[in-house]
Design a protein around this ligand. Structure first.
Ligand code: GDP
Ligand code: MG
Length: 163
C-alpha cells in the first residue's frame, strides 16, 4: 500500500487549501463516517516520483475553544493511527495557540515523523512570523502560502524525505 500522509491542525489554518493543491486535479474520496471527528477526505499525491495517500482531516465547521480542542485532539489521534508522516499545520497570522501546543505534545509522544507547515506566510520576506514555531520541537518549520502556492515544493520535499 502507499504510504500515508495526514494533515492535522486547528480549523481555518488552511489544511483543505493545501490538500487541494497537493492532489491537484486528482479526485478525492470523501469518507463520511458517523461522528463528527471521524470525517476525512483521502486523496492521492505524488512528489519527486514518490506516490502517497494524503488525508485532510476535520472537514466540518465547529466553533468555540472546547470544541476546537476536542476536534484537533481527535484528528491528532487519527493521524497517529493512520499516517506514516504527519503534516502539522499552523497559522502564521494567528501565531502559536494553546491548541497547537496540545497537538504538539500528542504528536511528540507518538514518535511519528512530523513536519510543521506554517501557512499564511503570504510574504516570504516576513519570516519573523515563522520563528516562534521552532518551539514546537519538530525541527525547522516550513513556510508556505496556500493562497499563493509558495513553499509547497519545500513542504513536500520535507515530507517525502521522511516517508
Ligand atoms: P482548514 O479549516 O484548515 O481546512 O482551512 P481552509 O483551507 O478551509 O482555509 C481557511 C481560510 O484560510 C480560507 O478562507 C482560506 O482561503 C484561507 N487561507 C488558506 N491558505 C491561506 C494563505 O496561505 N494565506 C491566507 N491569507 N489565507 C489563507
Ligand atoms: Mg478543511
Amino acid at each position: 500500500a502507499r504510504p500515508v500522509v495526514a494533515i492535522v491542525g486547528r480549523p481555518n489554518v488552511g489544511k483543505s487549501t493545501i490538500f487541494n493543491r497537493v492532489i491537484g486535479d486528482r479526485l478525492a474520496i470523501v469518507e463520511d463516517k458517523p461522528g463528527v471527528t471521524r470525517d476525512r477526505i483521502y486523496g492521492a499525491g505524488e512528489w519527486n516520483g514518490r506516490a502517497f495517500s494524503i488525508i485532510d482531516t476535520g472537514g466540518i465547521e465547529i466553533d468555540g475553544e472546547d470544541q476546537i480542542l476536542r476536534l484537533v485532539r481527535a484528528q491528532a489521534e487519527l493521524a497517529i493511527e493512520e499516517a506514516d508522516v504527519i503534516i502539522f499545520m499552523v497559522d502564521a497570522k494567528a501565531g502559536l495557540t494553546h491548541a497547537d501546543d496540545e497537538v504538539a505534545q500528542m504528536l511528540f509522544r507518538s514518535r511519528k515523523p512530523v513536519v510543521v507547515a506554517v501557512n499564511k506566510v503570504d510574504n516570504m520576506n516576513r519570516m519573523d512570523d515563522v520563528y516562534e514555531f521552532y518551539s514546537l520541537g519538530f525541527g525547522t518549520p516550513v513556510a508556505i502560502s496556500g493562497s499563493h502556492g509558495t513553499g509547497i515544493g519545500d513542504l513536500l520535499d520535507a515530507v517525502v524525505e521522511k516517508l
